[in-house]
Ligand binder design. Structure first.
Ligand SMILES: C[S@@+](CC[C@H](N)C(=O)[O-])C[C@H]1O[C@@H](n2cnc3c(N)ncnc32)[C@H](O)[C@@H]1O
Length: 287
């Protein structure tokens, strides 16, 4: 059986992106993240068995010091290859989100029906968007408050397709969903079919910039705070009058910066809501 070397450490979620970029640069073949009760994230990065994993650890720790990324419990080990999808299916239990959602790995909707919830059947595989992350949950909770029947929705950074599926299940008429990661688009495609909403959702690989001047009633963007900061004006230009812009994946400092930026750049965006879950924030603007 194939074996993998791994490097394991925990850190604050605000450093997740920098640490992931460092292990990616060092040639990791895959990363597994697990949120901890302490609020930190345990990260395991896998390397080929031919890699000198002790050297990887030393170099990684040095690079993290240079980039001011604090780590705890940096260790190495060997793990036999698993069937990740089977493992995920075994571990993943259906769970509720917000007042209306029931996120489930299989197509069993009996408990969702009992609880009067809307099921979303998901297999995120390697794509982001299992429904367990607070940034996704904040978007799902906002969606359930919006009058979506007959609307047009743009989902930027669709990942597993979870938000596009939710919008379709709440009655949105036409949804466009994009992601720069072709693997995520493939995963989203199979999730749309699994939820039988593929007729109303069009997927494409790429950025929302490719859309030209099209207008949407709702734009969903659960992305990185810096990217949202850069694209704020462009996102606003894709909104119809009275449209809603839902921005998630923001830490406190991002939310403050984006609120300030909308004001100081005189963007025609009015802040309607500033929601928080754990350390994540979600801003809802109206045009
Ligand atoms: C945090 S995940 C969100 C996934 C899902 N929408 C959710 O709410 O759980 C962000 C996704 O955005 C994608 N992404 C990053 N930059 C992007 C860009 N400039 N345009 C479109 N997608 C992007 C990533 O590949 C990733 O799948």
């Amino acid at each position: 059986m194939q074996q993998w070397h791994f490097l394991q450490f925990s850190l604050h979620p605000r450093h997740l992106e920098s640490a992931s970029a460092i292990v990616a640069e060092m040639g990791t073949r895959g990363i597994h993240e697990q949120p901890l009760k302490s609020g930190e994230v345990l990260l395991r990065a896998y390397f080929d068995p031919s890699t000198d994993i002790c050297r990887v650890r030393r170099d990684f720790q040095a690079l993290c010091r240079e980039s001011a990324v604090p780590l705890a419990g940096c260790a190495t080990g060997i793990e036999a290859e698993k069937d990740w999808l089977r493992e995920w299916r075994r571990r993943m239990k259906p769970f509720p989100v917000g007042a209306r959602w029931w996120i489930s790995p299989g197509r069993d909707s009996s408990r969702a029906t009992l609880q009067n919830r809307i099921p979303i059947w998901l297999e995120p595989q390697m794509a982001f968007g299992s429904g367990t992350h607070e940034s996704t949950q904040l978007c799902l909770e906002v969606l359930e408050t919006l009058p979506l029947t007959g609307t047009t929705v743009l989902d930027i950074g669709t990942g597993s397709g979870i938000l596009a599926i939710a919008a379709a299940k709440l009655g949105a008429e036409s949804i466009l969903a994009c992601d720069i990661d072709p693997a995520a688009v493939q995963v989203a495609e199979s999730n749309l079919r699994r939820n039988r909403v593929d007729q109303r959702i069009r997927l494409f690989t790429g950025e929302a910039d490719a859309l030209g001047g099209r207008g949407f009633d709702v734009i969903l963007a659960n992305l990185d705070g810096n990217l949202i900061g850069q694209k704020l004006k462009d996102f606003g230009q894709h909104l119809k009058p009275e449209g809603r812009l839902v921005l998630s994946g923001l830490l406190g400092r991002d939310a403050t910066r984006i609120r300030r930026s909308a004001r100081t750049r005189n963007l025609p965006l009015t802040l309607l809501e500033d929601l928080a879950k754990g350390e994540w924030r979600c801003l809802v603007f109206c045009l």
